[in-house]
Design a protein around this ligand. Structure first.
Ligand SMILES: [Zn+2]
Ligand SMILES: [Zn+2]
Length: 314
């Protein structure tokens, strides 16, 4: 059984869970001093896991087989006194082993477990298919606080393990909280096409800056069309609006997206400058031009599709 994913398995370096845990391991006798990390666990330790930081962690083959689909079963492991080398650090593995017991699971609340460890545990749980840990991590990561705190990691998690709700919300947060380099680095080597998906998503928001600039083009385009319109009111309005706009990409995105949600900030801008375009003496054509400009912007903003629609099709 395997989880579905956005990832194209034919092009990405996805690690096979079972092969990854069957490391060569130094030939050592099973060290009886190695304990199970679960307090008061009375089950005999019959397999030793060795973390990436070289910590030996005791576990139980039958439990690993029962509670996961990626750890070795007793029949997989011929020499049970060999530590099994894993790529996860000791904090992550200790937590993961808890989820292979019939005991109350660790509290993964943000105060108890660092956000970075939650993502590491989530990755390990998905890799070894420890379902109880998978759902516990997903509930924590799906929390708005975690997505806001580390949107790049949440984005990668959502994409790699097919949680579109998390991915879409993290993609929005990342627009204002992370640079392109940050997101590319978070995805890592081999996942460039998924980084590119986020860059394309980001570009659709940045293109709205062009919609604002086209406001001046419409001035020239329509100049002279209406004999009674001198463009004066539109021009005064538009010049004052432009002076108020954030015209660098970073500032523009921060203004457009507030707390992970797009907002029609043009409404606020228009409100601040409407004295130029409203009143009995204001040209109706200029006012209509302003309304069209505003409507075009709002329509473009609304039409932006969720991030997961930018992901490559396998
Ligand atoms: Zn135990
Ligand atoms: Zn006019």
């Amino acid at each position: 059984m395997s989880t579905s994913s956005y990832l194209c398995s034919s092009t990405l370096p996805i690690v096979s869970p079972r092969s990854s845990v069957l490391g060569s391991g130094d030939k050592t006798m099973l060290d009886e001093s190695v304990k199970c990390p679960v307090t008061d666990c009375i089950l005999p330790v019959d397999i030793v896991l060795r973390s990436s930081d070289q910590v030996l962690i005791g576990a139980h083959q039958a439990n690993l087989a029962q509670f996961s689909e990626g750890f070795p079963t007793p029949s997989d492991v011929k020499a049970t006194d060999d530590p099994v080398d894993l790529t996860e650090d000791s904090l992550t593995l200790r937590l993961l082993v808890h989820f292979t017991h019939k005991q109350r699971y660790p509290n993964l609340s943000i105060t108890g477990t660092p956000v970075g460890t939650i993502f590491s545990l989530a990755e390990a749980a998905e890799k070894y298919l420890v379902y109880s840990a998978m759902v516990a991590c997903n509930m924590r990561i799906d929390d708005s606080y975690v997505v806001e705190l580390d949107p790049a990691s949440a984005l990668v998690y959502g994409v790699k393990f097919n949680y579109p709700g998390v991915a879409n919300r993290a993609a929005l947060w990342a627009l204002t909280r992370r640079s392109v380099d940050d997101v590319v680095k978070a995805f890592g080597a081999g996942y460039e096409s998924y980084s590119l998906s986020w860059v394309r998503y980001r570009e659709t928001f940045l293109s709205l800056m062009g919609t604002m600039t086209r406001g001046s083009n419409s001035y020239f385009k329509y100049k002279g069309t209406f004999s009674s319109c001198t463009d004066e009111h539109w021009r005064l309005f538009y010049i004052s609006v432009l002076a108020d706009l954030p015209l660098t990409p970073g500032r523009f995105l921060s203004t457009l997206i507030d707390k992970g949600t797009p907002r029609d900030f043009l409404t606020t801008i228009i409100q601040n400058h409407r004295s130029y375009i409203e009143g009995g003496r204001v040209c109706g054509q200029c006012r209509k031009r302003m309304n069209n400009w505003s409507a075009e912007f709002s329509a473009e903003l609304t039409a932006i599709k969720p991030f997961d629609t930018f992901l490559p099709l396998c």
